[in-house]
Write a protein that binds this ligand. Structure first.
Ligand code: NI
Length: 184
């Protein structure tokens, strides 16, 4: 089932999300629905707050890029109660977008490597280094669990330049090709 995407202005996107217990009802179904929603909206990552749930869960689907990047064939990952244990020292800049911020794309500087401790969809614990594009996506999604969005990383000047676009978005004025939950 495709879930509606919560758009900037919806309070759940600014909440610090809570851990998920193993007996969380219909968790498998929720994860399946999130993957379906992500594929439908042509994104690479989706966090639970973006579908209205303040829970510490996000998914990453890089398989959609595997035509040009064969290393991402079958790259579908679920992160439950993740923690970023360590950041690499090197920084990189890359243009990010977000399904909850349709039409906004900005360069964001982040560490290029992260060590993440997380539970997978079977509640098996992993501790794993990620680098390059996966590290970028994971940090972006992880931010959502703390009520943060990529625009929070921008300079005061860039934020100022986006101000009117964001306030219009919060009032429901934006275009998106997927089902949305917004103030309209
Ligand atoms: Ni996002």
């Amino acid at each position: 089932m495709i879930l509606p995407m919560y758009i900037f202005g919806q309070p759940v996107l600014r909440k610090v999300a809570e851990d998920i217990e193993e007996d969380y009802p219909n968790l498998k179904e929720l994860i399946e629905n999130m993957f379906e929603t992500l594929r439908h909206s042509e994104g690479v990552g989706l966090a639970a707050p973006q579908v209205g749930l303040a829970k510490r869960l996000f998914i990453v689907d890089l398989d959609c890029l595997s035509e040009d990047h064969p290393e991402f064939k079958g790259y579908l990952k679920t992160f439950i109660n993740p923690e970023i244990v360590e950041f690499g020292k090197e920084m990189g800049t890359y243009e990010e977008g977000c399904l909850s911020l349709p039409g906004i794309h900005e360069n964001v500087k982040r560490p290029t490597k992260v060590l993440v401790n997380y539970l997978d969809e079977n509640f098996e614990e992993h501790e794993e280094w990620f680098d390059g594009f996966p590290a970028r996506v994971i940090q972006h999604e992880y931010d959502h669990l703390d009520g943060k969005m990529f625009i929070d990383h921008l300079s005061a000047l860039r934020k100022q330049m986006l101000k009117s676009k964001l306030s219009a978005m919060a009032k429901g004025k934006f275009e998106a090709a997927y089902k949305c939950k917004a103030n309209r």
